[in-house]
Design a protein around this ligand. Structure first.
Ligand SMILES: Cc1cc2nc3c(=O)[nH]c(=O)nc-3n(C[C@H](O)[C@H](O)[C@H](O)COP(=O)(O)OP(=O)(O)OC[C@H]3O[C@@H](n4cnc5c(N)ncnc54)[C@H](O)[C@@H]3O)c2cc1C
Length: 420
């Protein structure tokens, strides 16, 4: 089974075309219906992102009223003899300026200022209960997608760890979390898109229609078009989640168990976990604090008491979804799976919560960090895909080597099947 691991660390940088400066007021005369803002606070917001590593001031910020509005602006940029740049911004949670632009206009896709409609089509979001999919605006946040679908007892299948990200923003990358081994990343769970192309055309695309555009835009880093509508696949929403963490001091046992668990993806639901992720603990603070408030203070952990190899521990994170009809068998199913794993004895930490609280878990950490002034700070994060053949070299060189026990930042390891 081909496997790779996504390590959350990374930075990639790509930004659209650069042209000559144009007076933004000119753009107002180009027939844009939405609000083209020169407000310094809008410009400041659009010139920064979550990474706080890169700053670039646009000439103006468009709060689009519709998909046609975006098409009109991009067409004007394409046809303009002066030339100006256009960059879509979802929720601005990139790390290194991916949604910024200097000589042009940032299109603020998220937020409530635009009507965000396509003329002649129903207002979004729109849940298709029978077909099990939802149509959403490209700037919709995943937390709001979840809220809309839960009203129908449905939910998207594949997630990111954090839900205050836009649909267009994560579909331009991949959208990876612990469900990806089973359902694929978020980009593998999209039926159809409406996209504004670089020429300013508004096209619908899917595996059947405008296929090249569909495949280019998904994971296209915002370089092949602007997603205005996405049709996302849904499943019946589980009610509760049994969330388990087990610890390893041996890296190869840890990755072997991750690989084993994701190799079960074709098994029936009762014989596999629903979420497989993991993280590296090079500092005691991490396991007892960051992302851990659901477990502590009931389960404080001391690395020194666990015989960590080179001061480093590895935490496998797994969940089992259940509802009333499967509540009686969940313990048995979890135990049967845990028996096959090789973690440190007496290192099983378990909690149980509502499905929605599990999916929205990082927001709880966000609120805690915000209250301490530790959220709006620089985030020099890096994401890497590492093939299975090199993951143990990575452990020796980076986790035990370069990092040693000198960082308290999150180091996540998402095991993935290549065929998903
Ligand atoms: C706390 C935190 C946790 C995270 N966890 C995960 C995780 O678990 N898994 C994961 O995969 N990622 C994760 N990410 C990374 C995140 O998915 C990406 O940074 C994503 O791009 C952010 O979405 P955004 O809406 O803020 O996008 P932005 O930063 O606004 O934009 C990102 C890119 O997408 C383009 N873009 C934005 N909207 C559109 C659109 N409608 N059409 C076309 N292009 C568009 C932009 O031009 C830019 O290139 C996390 C980020 C943070 C800050």
């Amino acid at each position: 089974m081909a496997t790779k691991f996504l390590l959350t660390f990374a930075i990639c940088r790509l930004i659209v075309t650069v042209g000559l400066t144009v007076d933004p007021m000119e753009l107002l005369r180009q027939g844009v219906d939405g609000q083209l803002s020169l407000d310094p606070s809008d410009v400041k917001t659009a010139s920064l992102d979550f990474g706080r590593l890169s700053r670039a001031e646009p000439l103006a910020v468009l709060h689009p009223a519709s998909a046609e509005d975006i098409a009109g602006l991009v067409k004007a940029a394409y046809e303009s003899t002066h030339g100006f740049t256009v960059s879509a911004r979802g929720h601005g949670h990139s790390i290194n300026g991916q949604a910024q632009t200097t000589h042009g206009v940032v299109i603020q896709m998220s937020g409530s200022r635009g009507k965000r409609l396509v003329s002649g089509k129903p207002a979004l979001p729109l849940v298709y209960e029978k077909e099990k999919y939802i149509d959403v605006w490209g700037g919709e946040l995943w937390i709001d997608v979840l809220r809309s679908t839960l009203k129908y007892g449905l939910a998207p299948k594949s997630w990111t760890d954090y839900l205050y990200l836009s649909v267009g923003g994560t579909l331009s990358n991949a959208g990876i979390s612990g469900q990806a081994f089973n359902h694929g990343p978020q980009i593998s769970n999209v039926h159809e898109l409406d996209v504004v192309t670089g020429k300013g055309e508004l096209l619908t695309c899917s595996e059947e229609q405008n296929t090249e555009l569909f495949r280019a835009v998904l994971g296209g880093l915002g370089q092949f078009g602007i997603i205005t509508r996405a049709r996302i696949s849904l499943e019946p929403a589980p009610q509760r989640v049994r969330w388990i963490r087990v610890l390893y001091s041996n890296f190869s046992s840890f990755t072997k168990d991750q690989e084993y668990l994701i190799s079960l993806h074709e098994q029936p639901a009762s014989k596999k976990f629903d979420y497989v992720e993991g993280f590296v603990i090079v500092d005691e603070g991490l396991i007892n604090n960051w992302r851990s408030s659901f477990f502590s203070p009931r389960n404080p952990v001391k690395i020194s008491s666990l015989n960590a190899d080179g001061g480093v521990l590895y935490c496998l994170e797994i969940t089992k979804n259940y509802d009333e009809s499967t509540a009686d068998s969940v313990d048995q199913e979890v135990d049967a799976l845990l028996k096959k794993l090789d973690f440190l004895p007496a290192s099983v930490f378990t909690t149980d919560l509502l499905y929605v609280d599990f999916l929205d878990r990082v927001h709880k950490a966000e609120l805690k960090l915000r209250s301490k002034g530790l959220w709006d700070v620089p985030h020099p994060w890096l994401n890497l895909f590492v093939p299975k053949s090199r993951i143990s070299d990575f452990d020796k060189g980076v986790f035990k080597g370069i990092l040693g026990n000198k960082t308290s930042g999150p180091i996540l390891i998402y095991p993935m099947n290549n065929n998903k």
